[in-house]
Design a protein around this ligand. Sequence first.
Ligand code: GRF
Length: 209
Amino acid sequence: MPKLNIAVFVSGRGSNLESIFNQINMGRLNASIVLVISNRSDTPALDMARSNGAKAIHLSPKQFAAESEYELALLNLLQTEKIDLVVLAGYLKKVPVAVVSKYKHKIINIHPALLPAFGGKGLYGHYVHEAVLEFGAKVSGATVHFVDTEYDTGPPIIQECVPVRDDDTAESLAKRILEVEHRILPQAIEYFCNKQITIKGRKVYIKKK
Ligand code: GRF
């Protein structure tokens, strides 16, 4: 099967990006990360991308006078690099509708909770875990899902639970969930690269190897 070209979009520290690079470098994923885009110029993820041989680009909607120019710049980059799959790994901006339409079922996101609970606009990072604790939920987890035009509403590909403990803080819960994220995001990419995924409506089926 041909090797797929991946673009990863990040906003923060990039530990999920690192987990994908690790799997690729260990020969466990038939893919290359050729492009990393961050909406922030100061993230270590851009250096990580460069040192792993990927093109690292700071691209933010703020750099453009109009949303349509930003959309065009993103689309041009994805086309130039012949991107097969876009992975949102801690990316806090909404992907423009034109990009979502063009790359339907080719953009995936990792969310640190069990969607559709504790997702949507404003629920990111520690806010997610604080909301889980405040609600008194007994389980949380992580979701890898396809991206549609809203925040966190696309069809799930993999979901995995973790227990919420009585003495958890947002930090301790985040740490437990991050370990799951670092496993299931590369796993979903592997399913995609091996063409094990079929989608009917909202239901994502994974063919066993
Ligand atoms: C992760 O918890 C991810 O689920 C969420 O943002 C965080 C990013 O962490 N969307 P990192 O930048 O990959 O370390």
